[in-house]
Write a protein that binds this ligand. Structure first.
Ligand SMILES: [Fe+2]
Length: 279
């Protein structure tokens, strides 16, 4: 994206040089729609509840079916969502990185929040590459643990994610059990933003569009956009992760939501200050 002579050096993220992990190339995904409606997936944890669980039956784990408490933080890379869910006495924090302009780092979809564990890092890094305004190629690295049983076999063996491949399902099947592919393509080849009714749960999407606009304006004025070009460190920290801690429920639902939101944000800020994969 952008003029070839402005191509930044190939980045090295901490999640790519992580001890005990290796990288496997994922399948490639060709989508017939504009890149932005695919990239906006990464700022929208609400769709993991509705699209991936409530409407279609659990495509990931049942625990994704709870609409999370939501917050967002701007990172040196772009932004990350901070989604917290209650799983019994545990609080499950999930963060996904949107790296400007078109890379997403997504935490494991097999998480269920039942086992307490620290920051676990991403399961993949995926570029959303526009071929033109109406067609997009997705290219992915999968982060696979060298240890058995940490990364599921299907993920290590390059099996596609549920609902993400163009397939031969009928229109009715796709309506009854939609996945990301159906939701993204069905917005038209180029989604019309004027037809949207954005809600509080779309704050991440709004923030991302604002960051993109800021970048577009910067380029137009001859400046460098925010994002990777700013990074001078040889290894760049990332923030995508699931963290599960014990956090017994507060007295009322309202207090509990606030408790989770505050605890999630506190952890996210700690990660921003001391990125766990940089240790
Ligand atoms: Fe999704």
């Amino acid at each position: 994206m952008g003029p070839p002579d402005k191509k930044p050096p190939f980045p090295v993220f901490d999640s790519w040089v992580r001890p005990g992990y290796h990288i496997v190339a994922g399948p490639r995904y060709d989508y017939s729609c504009n890149w932005l409606q695919i990239a906006e997936n990464a700022q929208d944890p609400v769709h993991t509840a509705f699209l991936h669980t409530i409407v279609s039956g659990a495509q990931f784990t049942e625990e994704f079916g709870v609409v999370p408490e939501l917050d967002y933080i701007e990172t040196p890379l772009g932004l990350a969502y901070v989604a917290t869910r209650r799983v019994g006495d545990n609080m499950w924090l999930r963060m996904v990185d949107s790296v400007l302009p078109n890379l997403m780092m997504v935490s494991p979809v097999w998480e269920d929040g039942k086992e307490i564990h620290p920051f676990d890092g991403p399961m993949m890094s995926r570029w959303i590459v526009p071929r033109d305004d109406r067609t997009t190629l997705q290219v992915e690295f999968r982060h696979v643990s060298d240890e058995q049983e940490v990364t599921p076999h299907w993920w290590a063996n390059r099996v596609g994610m549920p609902g993400q491949m163009p397939d031969n399902r009928t229109y009715e099947q796709r309506q009854r059990g939609p996945g990301d592919f159906d939701a993204q393509i069905a917005q038209r080849p180029i989604a019309v933003h004027g037809l949207e009714h954005l809600a509080t749960s779309d704050r991440g999407v709004i923030l991302f569009r604002r960051q993109l606009r800021r970048g577009i304006r910067a380029v137009r004025e001859g400046r460098e956009p925010d994002g990777l070009l700013k990074q001078s460190a040889p290894v760049i920290p990332t923030y995508a992760n699931d963290t599960v801690i014990r956090l017994p429920e507060a007295d009322t639902l309202r207090e509990d939501k606030l408790l989770m939101k505050e605890t999630g944000l506190r952890l996210a800020k700690e990660y921003l200050k001391n990125p766990p994969l940089m240790d």
